[in-house]
Design a protein around this ligand. Structure first.
Ligand SMILES: NC(=O)c1ccc[n+]([C@@H]2O[C@H](COP(=O)([O-])OP(=O)(O)OC[C@H]3O[C@@H](n4cnc5c(N)ncnc54)[C@H](OP(=O)(O)O)[C@@H]3O)[C@@H](O)[C@H]2O)c1
Length: 238
């Protein structure tokens, strides 16, 4: 393990994953819009500010990252947000923005990481899906469209790059206790059984990296043991 690229490193799952890599002295390149949310003092943490909804800028962003960090051998494709509403509530602009961040940015960044990892004949890609990658739920049309899309992308990509020394793994968590819920009108209830902790996901990523190189863990599905929700006013917009 030389260096990891994490999108959405400023918060939640991405942040917990960055912290675990840093604790193990593995350098992290972290992409997000608001790095002030996570000010890690380690010189091993290299924040890059970018808005992943701006798809047209991603080729240049990817090329710059790989030029400055040619030793990246792990990619955690994680950034995303939730928006759960009846489909007719979304404008076409909201639909486009949602799919740009939650689906197309993942595919586009993977496209550049794959070229790089093929050249290096080595690499591991983790994509953060969701339980919504596996079944569509209430008000989850857009979220499931993106997450099902990621699952199909992952399955095909895994097959495509298998002989190039690249492993591809999809993680499908249920509720994880993160700021993800700040822009939503629900959240998992406080008791510990109702949500996965972001550190649990970080640990799984870390453990998977230590499996024998010839073994690919294709997908990991994980859920909190119970699923009780609180309904609440919305605090912020994405
Ligand atoms: N929490 C859950 O229950 C849960 C369950 C299953 C799957 N997931 C998935 O886990 C991933 C991470 O979510 P989380 O729970 O850790 O939420 P979070 O705490 O809100 O973190 C989301 C991260 O994505 C980044 N991000 C969002 N929009 C972005 C944009 N336009 N450009 C660049 N970065 C952007 C945010 O950074 P900035 O705001 O600084 O840009 C932040 O670092 C998402 O893909 C989500 O769908 C979450």
């Amino acid at each position: 393990m030389k260096k990891v690229l994490i999108t959405g490193s400023s918060s939640g799952i991405g942040r917990a994953t960055a912290e675990l890599f840093l604790k193990n002295d593995i350098p992290v390149v972290g992409v997000a819009r608001q790095h002030e949310k996570f000010s890690h003092k380690s010189e091993l943490y290299m924040p890059i500010t970018a808005d992943l909804s701006k798809i047209e800028r991603l080729p240049q962003l990817s090329n710059e990252i790989l030029k400055n960090h040619p030793d990246i051998d792990i990619f955690v494709s994680n950034a995303g947000y939730g928006d759960f509403q009846p489909i007719e509530n979304f404008s076409t602009k909201q639909i486009q923005n949602f799919l740009n961040v939650n689906l197309i940015s993942h595919i586009t960044l993977c496209r550049f990481m794959v070229s790089h990892m093929k050249y290096k004949k080595n690499g591991t890609i983790f994509i953060i899906g969701s339980e919504s990658s596996l079944s569509g739920g209430k008000k989850g049309t857009l979220y499931s469209a993106a997450k099902f899309g990621l699952r199909g992308f992952c399955q095909a990509l895994r097959d495509e790059v298998a002989t190039s020394g690249i492993r591809v793994c999809l993680l499908n968590p249920g509720f994880v206790r993160t700021p993800f819920f700040e822009s939503l009108n629900f959240e998992p209830k406080e008791t510990e059984n109702n949500a996965i902790e972001p550190e649990d996901i970080a640990k799984i990523i870390h453990d998977l990296l230590h499996t024998r190189i010839g073994t690919n863990i294709d997908e990991v599905n994980l859920s909190p043991t119970t699923k009780s929700l609180n309904f609440k006013p919305v605090k912020k917009d994405n």
